[in-house]
Design a protein. Structure first.
Length: 237
């Protein structure tokens, strides 16, 4: 059995975990190919692909995503889509397919992690890589904490997924302050220094929010009513 070593930096704390690669169930999945609206069985070494919405739901079933996590992921995708539309209207080059796929699958490793106690973001990244979904693997792996990130860099899909996830508590859209308060209450006392790490991560998220909304013609408070008009599950590519 092969193993991968990784740093668990979910809330900004560094500690090593060892993940058995073969714990992740499959090496093949159905993927979306360009504009052909077709599903292909792909394996290692083939062209990198971005999964369609339908394929994302198939992967949710395959990796036994819990109903509440699925509802959360769909809401994150709705928030992300609103932001992507606004940024594209502002003339920025952002992939809506990549962002929606990353949003839907950002918690694909959550069910496994609930049983193993391992970092669900890293598990999700490995699942993406094993299913040849390299283009969204880092987005999934960094949805909790951005790595190698600069606020002065280009607008990216991964910062949208990172931000959108922080705006959804369970399946409800909330402010960053509300989401932070929930996480502090639930996790803050679990480990020394964890509350400070969570606060630092949200301080960065607040800066990401400022960056994103300088290009949007609506404010953060408008996300909830705008996202309510999005229908991810019936709007397949």
């Amino acid at each position: 059995m092969a193993f991968v070593f990784h740093l668990n930096r979910g809330f900004g704390l560094d500690n090593f975990n060892i993940i058995p690669i073969l714990s992740y169930p499959c090496r093949e999945c159905l993927c979306y190919s360009g504009d052909e609206r077709s599903e292909l069985s792909v394996s290692y070494g083939e062209k990198e692909m971005i999964p369609s919405i339908e394929t994302c739901f198939r992967l949710m079933d395959k990796y036994e995503m819990l109903k509440n996590i699925r509802a959360h992921s769909v809401m994150v995708a709705k928030v992300a889509r609103v932001i992507v539309k606004g940024l594209k209207d502002a003339g920025l080059e952002i992939s809506d397919k990549k962002t929606i796929a990353g949003s839907l699958l950002h918690d694909i490793g959550k069910t496994f992690s609930l049983n193993s106690g391992e970092d669900h973001a890293e598990i999700g990244r490995q699942i993406c890589l094993q299913n040849n979904l390299d283009e969204i693997a880092d987005m999934v792996g960094e949805h909790i904490r951005l790595k190698n990130y600069s606020l002065n860099g280009r607008y990216s899909e991964k910062e949208i997924v990172f931000y959108a996830d922080k705006r959804v508590n369970h399946d409800k859209i909330v402010s960053l302050e509300e989401r932070l308060a929930y996480l502090i209450e639930r996790y803050g006392g679990n480990q020394e220094g964890l509350e400070d790490a969570i606060r630092m991560n949200f301080a960065l998220c607040k800066e990401v929010e400022k960056k994103l909304f300088t290009q949007l013609d609506f404010g953060p408070e408008s996300l909830a009513p705008l996202a309510a008009n999005e229908d991810i599950e019936s709007d397949l590519y």
